[in-house]
Design a protein around this ligand. Sequence first.
Ligand SMILES: [Zn+2]
Length: 364
Amino acid sequence: MFVLDSHCDVPSQLLRGRDLSKDNVRGHVDFPKLRRGGVDASFFALYTPAWFSPDRATRYALEMLAAVNDALASNPGEAVLTRTPAEALKNKEKGLISIFLGMENGSPIQKSLSLLRLFKSLGVSYMTLTHNKYNEIGDSAAGIAKWGGLSPFGKEVVAEMNRIGMMIDIAHVSDRTFFDCIALSKKPIVSTHSSCRALCRHRRNLSDEMLRALSDKGGVCQINFYPLFLSDRFASSLDASGLDPIADKVENQWQADPLNPKKCFKWYAVQDSLAALDFRPSVKDVVDHIDHAVKVAGIDHVGIGSDFDGINVTPSGLEDVSKIGSVFDEMKKRGYSDSEIEKVAGKNFLRVLSEVQDVPERGL
Ligand SMILES: [Zn+2]
């Protein structure tokens, strides 16, 4: 079975001193954990915060990309930067983990299709159009709507991503931006890390109508493990605790001073408080979302995008990527066949990536 995680936030952790060769006590992803989890491909997201200026976002995305390249260069027997499904399958045969790049938030491309093409040429396979605020491309699920969906530039971006064979990721966008992408894109689109709104009301999740539209377009919804996107009861418990703004503040302080151990330990303490909250979801809740997405979108249109290292609390039983197999064990218990589990574990996402990359000019 080929196991693929379509979204994690390792690159920003590299800038905070993460050593991927070690089995880190804290942190969700490193090579030993990927190996124990049997993960064949992981998408490292170059995430830029929505409040960064465009110049700062471009610089930060390049710094993260450089850090990923350095980490791969110092671990040659472990993993390799990968661009296509064919390469990923060959890497598995050689015993190498495939690391793909995604870009989370389109602000590093500023208002330039040339920069979009540059990031593609550097190995970025998908771009999450926005993060938690509108940008030059379109409106986000969070904050005010500036454009009423995609901006005029965002429409050009969608066409160019189709032309160069880059995946359009609609995790984080507003509903109207989503439906603009559905209407405009000539290729399947994906959500690399969202869950189901029918089970948890959060605005980042996809409604049944959106799941059906994604499926009709041939795309895939990769279920996110973030407890806040899995359970309304957990969301209420988090709200009541008052921890959410504290967690944001402490994480931002760590980000501003990434190699300061005091900031880091403070962040760990917040993570421990979050994990102790009532109604923390478990792996069963993740599979409830998979069940629902399969029911609405079909077994060919669902996968997993953990959001590990980008989330401040995980479901119990899914504390880091080494435990990802517990999702498939739970699916087996619920009666999914091996071939159905294989689709969710990675086959569906690889199929969509192949379809998106099937362009006459191979992109550039
Ligand atoms: Zn995200």
